[in-house]
Design a protein around this ligand. Structure first.
Ligand code: HAM
Length: 416
């Protein structure tokens, strides 16, 4: 038997209803907050991710599904959506009429990570990206939007962690101090961190290896190095979150796994998922649009992991079971063909109607209607066709009435 590829999964009925509910709730919230949907492709040039996420990150170094197409161009199954949204914003000059744009996008991402609970090689994200706004108010509004979404989806354990990574003025000083600190702890670092500690020391703060985590205890805090602009921006985010009554924690180690961030970074973490505790993450990336060849526009955004969110929402699967309104039990070929016309007509009218397609006995058709949880059953055979009326049975009360075949669709709908 051909099985799934490792790290990939099917999202089946029973779970998919939760996903639909998550996506529906997110879409309606985004529309209320003025976001427009965008659907970038799943395949992009490999260079787009290398240049935006950063060459030294785990994603780019180890996790991308990159291959050469027939023309020998390296292409990548997107590991995240931000780079694509930025590419699109630049390529289609979406800034031309108004630089302030808000987009959301929902879809699959691909990272070749070690699969485990909450970590898949194809996973899904809901992304939000805002371009053209510098103000810390928008950072806070995005976090507020996330908190609102989680509360609407009955997520009980979700904590907001925030940090600031400074800007190109203040971050170099922090990087230098961190590099010096890491030099003194170099025996404890894994080979990746040893390599990165000079070139990109922030990556070491994000390493999951236990010894590296130990080694960074006592490392300098980025917050002590913020310039006055970055400091007051971070203060602005905190004040606005307080105003919006969103509780948060300041997490000076929160650097995130992508290189494009500047200033605010945030994550929503939960205790319900074991090691993969981040259900959403994001932050500012004020330099990325320009770095990829666009105008000098600030940007901020986030992504939610739908797979992880679906595992911890308080939504109950049974809420989404769809019971047929009516099951048509038809006996004999002629009745079956008429029943088929009826169920199609009822489906068109928005009624959940089902029938048996295998020509089974009345007893087994009634059994199936029961199993599906049908509210009513219509029973039609040769005799009913001759007499011009069918039996309609209420499966709860067991009450049966006769319905004339003439105008049956309207009459059934009246009774439902
Ligand atoms: P990220 O932190 O890499 O950020 O991913 C965001 C979320 O996607 C994570 O918090 C997690 O819930 C989910 N996720 C990531 N990897 C996996 C995986 N292998 N399996 C299941 N879920 C996963 C970004 O992707 C940024 N683009 C977010 C962003 C948007 N920043 C600014 N704008």
């Amino acid at each position: 038997m051909i099985q799934l590829v490792r790290g990939f999964k099917d999202i089946l009925s029973g779970e998919v209803e939760i996903w639909q509910q998550i996506e529906k709730t997110a879409r309606s919230l985004f529309e209320d907050f003025g976001f427009k949907e965008m659907r970038p492709p799943i395949l992009e040039r490999a260079e787009l991710f290398a240049r935006s996420i950063g060459e030294d990150t785990d994603i780019v170094e180890k996790e991308m599904y990159t291959f050469y197409d027939k023309k020998k161009d390296p292409v990548t199954l997107r590991p995240e959506a931000t780079a694509s949204v930025v590419r699109s914003y630049i390529q289609h000059k979406l800034y031309a009429k108004d630089a302030i744009r808000k987009f959301y996008t929902i879809g699959p991402m691909f990272r070749r990570e070690r699969p485990q609970k909450g970590r898949y090689r194809q996973f899904y994200q809901i992304n939000a990206e805002v371009f053209g706004i510098d103000s810390p108010l928008i950072d806070a509004q995005l976090i507020f939007l996330l908190a609102t979404l989680f509360s609407r989806l009955s997520v009980t354990d979700a904590k907001v962690h925030i940090n600031s990574l400074g800007c190109s003025t203040c971050r170099p000083k922090f990087k230098e101090a961190l590099s010096d600190f890491l030099l003194s702890a170099k025996e404890k670092l894994c080979s990746d961190c040893t390599r990165r500690s000079k070139r990109n020391p922030l990556r070491v703060l994000d390493c999951k290896v236990p010894l590296c985590r130990e080694a960074i205890v006592g490392a300098p805090s980025v917050l002590d190095f913020l310039c006055s602009e970055c400091g007051s921006h971070f203060e602005g985010v905190k004040k606005s979150l307080e105003k919006l009554k969103v509780p948060f924690l300041i997490d000076k180690r929160l650097v995130r796994g992508l290189d494009y961030y500047t200033r605010t970074t945030f994550e929503i973490q939960t205790g319900l998922l074991g090691a993969q505790n981040a259900i959403a993450g994001g932050g500012r990336y004020d330099n990325l649009v320009k770095a990829l060849g666009g105008p000098d526009q600030p940007a901020v955004g986030f992504a939610i992991g739908i797979d992880r969110l679906a595992e911890i929402t308080g939504l109950e699967i049974k809420d989404f079971l769809q019971y047929p309104d009516i099951f048509v039990a038809a006996l004999g070929e002629k009745s079956q063909s008429i029943a088929f016309e009826w169920i199609c007509a009822l489906n068109l009218e928005g009624t959940r109607a089902e029938m048996d397609f295998a020509g089974k006995s009345l007893k087994s058709q009634m059994k199936r209607a029961n199993k599906l949880g049908a509210r009513y059953v219509l029973i039609v055979g040769e005799k009913e066709l001759e007499e011009g009326s069918v039996i309609m049975r209420n499966m709860m009360t067991k009450e049966q009435i006769l319905i004339p075949i003439d105008g049956i669709i309207e009459k059934v709908k009246e009774k439902l």
